[in-house]
Design a protein around this ligand. Structure first.
Ligand code: HEC
Length: 116
């Protein structure tokens, strides 16, 4: 009986915290993605990532529709992350400010705001 109690307590110590932590972690991803997106990307890529930001209109090349890119058969997430970290033509490189995880958080945010 004591053994079972010990096992139960041990299990709840492991399982309960992960249940409690699951939600806030997800919210954090969105919040981090939102903050970085609005701070670093929105000016060119626009509110929803469609490439219609105000600063983007001054460029010789129109910023891409990030949402479309994320849902395109022709581009992988890895390629898009590479473009963000290393830049491409008029797209600045963000590798000094963001890591891969943070870029993924931004993509999660873009997917989120484009769902109705
Ligand atoms: C100075 C304006 C500017 C800013 C700021 C900017 N971008 Fe871009 N971005 C561009 C332009 C222009 C392109 C198109 C470049 C090209 O031809 O690949 C682009 C392309 C991209 C692409 C490639 C899309 C595809 O389908 O190939 C992604 C992804 C992207 N940007 C994400 C971001 C993210 C994330 C940020 C913020 C960290 C950001 N951009 C900030 C101008 C900008």
């Amino acid at each position: 009986m004591q053994k079972i109690a010990t096992v139960l307590i041990a299990t709840s110590l492991i399982v309960l915290p992960s249940l409690v932590l699951a939600k806030p972690l997800e919210a954090n991803t969105l919040e981090n993605g939102k903050q970085n997106y609005q701070r670093l990307c929105l000016s060119c890529h626009g509110e929803l990532g469609h490439g219609d930001g105000i600063a983007g209109q001054a460029l010789s090349e129109q910023p891409s529709n990030i949402y479309q890119g994320l849902n395109s058969w022709f581009e992988s997430e890895a390629e898009l992350i590479d473009t963000v970290l290393n830049g491409n033509e008029e797209m600045p490189a963000w590798g000094n400010l963001l890591n891969e995880q943070q870029v993924k958080e931004i993509f999660t945010y873009i997917e989120y705001v484009n769902k109705d």
